[in-house]
Design a protein around this ligand. Structure first.
Ligand SMILES: Cc1ncc(COP(=O)(O)O)c(C=O)c1O
Length: 383
């Protein structure tokens, strides 16, 4: 049987990983500045995380959500404390798309409305409503086409106000990434997030903070939306939550009350997923990784700003993007081939850095050295 091809594939077979490093089947070492697409939060195969999962696996991996699972309560407790959202409620699921799908669905159950406001260059996942709220026609199948989603320009307060004036009584939710990832590392302005909060309050809509990529400490705050100093009604989480173990969730403000059977899942919140997620939070806390994110992010941005070929260095914490000029359009590929460094990209010309939140100074220095060397060699070839 063939694999169903959905992504262009790098011909590298990674067989081992530790911290910010990866090794292929030939023993070649790579520096991971991509974190497997923002997933690696506490570092590959962190010993505490491995131990947490191993111990749990030897006890019980899964039983249905029809029983009490104290690990879920432990996770909710820890997550509430570390995120500063202790009065919120946790619903667990399995992926980022599923988290956003549940968030928009719950908002609609809550206020009985149908319209969702989303923004230009947004990415919210591949399931039906999540993909309908994603600003990329290529991902939306005919069956997912809907007039329930209104797209507005990102960071445009006037457009948002006008939209609420015209459709305020129909808008169920507004969904926004605190920092757009797939869209090319675009930071939501603090005033814009405040405006979303106040319009949602005024019109009874639900503010959904998609924190799947930019959340879980990646920006230097637990949720990047926190920079605006206002709270969302629902935060969605996935990627860094399990450090590679598939686990996701939404946290829900206390004024949104649950009704039995409105949401549900077979696998979400299973014993093993909770153990993995707890392992991540324990390391985030004990190794003070949010502080490291701020320091390493500052260092990387300062160094990248000194490289004249790289334009518009932006982002927060360890979610950094920059634009490439035409002659460096293959930089990502050549960094991998020649420097053995994994990075991410956003079409057409953006490099995205999404390393582990435990990135060490020496790893960051190796990256800066590698990118400088590669740019120098590509520039010589271009002459
Ligand atoms: C902001 C954002 N939301 C949602 C998703 C979807 O997550 P998943 O691939 O786990 O379904 C992604 C994935 O890249 C994302 O970046």
């Amino acid at each position: 049987m063939d694999l169903f091809k959905v992504y262009p594939i790098n011909n590298v077979n990674i067989v081992k990983a530790k911290g910010s490093y990866l090794w292929d089947d030939k023993g070649e070492q790579y520096l991971d500045m991509y974190g497997g697409h923002a997933v690696i939060s506490i570092g590959h195969t962190h010993p505490h995380w491995v131990q947490r999962i191993q111990e749990q696996l030897n006890k019980i991996a899964f039983y249905s959500n029809s029983i009490k699972i104290p690990l879920q309560e432990e996770l909710a407790d820890k997550l509430g404390k570390l995120s500063g959202k202790e009065d919120y409620q946790l619903f667990l699921c399995n992926s980022g798309a599923e988290a956003n799908e549940n968030a928009m669905k719950l908002a609609s159950f809550h206020n009985g409305r149908k319209k969702v406001v989303a923004f230009s260059k947004s990415f919210h996942g591949r399931t039906s409503l999540a993909v309908s709220a994603t600003d990329n026609k290529n991902y939306i199948a005919p069956v997912n086409e809907t007039d329930h989603v209104i797209f507005l320009p990102f960071n445009d307060e006037q457009a948002l106000e006008d939209c609420f004036k015209n459709h305020g009584d129909q808008i169920s939710s507004v969904i926004i990434e605190g920092i757009q990832g797939v869209g090319g590392i675009n930071v939501a302005e603090e005033d814009f997030l405040k405006k979303i909060r106040s319009l949602c309050d005024q019109y009874g809509a639900v503010y959904i903070a998609d924190s799947v990529q930019c959340g879980y400490g990646r920006s230097g705050k637990f949720f990047s939306h926190d920079f605006a100093g206002v709270k969302a009604d629902i935060y969605t989480m996935a990627k860094g939550m399990g450090n590679g173990f598939p686990v996701a969730g939404i946290i829900i403000a206390p004024h949104i009350q649950p009704k039995l059977f409105q949401l549900g899942t077979t696998f979400g919140g299973n014993h093993l997923a909770c153990a993995a997620a707890l392992g991540v939070l324990e390391v985030l806390e004990s190794e003070k990784l949010l502080g490291n994110v701020v320091m390493m992010g500052k260092y990387l941005k300062e160094e990248l700003n000194l490289i004249p070929e790289l334009k518009n260095v932006r982002g927060r914490g360890l979610m950094i993007g920059f634009d490439l000029p035409e002659q460096l359009k293959d930089l990502k590929k050549s960094l991998l081939q020649n420097q053995k460094i994994f990075t991410g990209e956003a079409k057409p010309n953006v490099i995205r850095l999404l390393p582990s939140l435990a990135l060490k100074k020496k790893d960051a220095e190796q990256f800066i050295e590698g990118i400088r060397e590669e740019i120098a060699s590509m520039s010589v070839q271009a002459v």
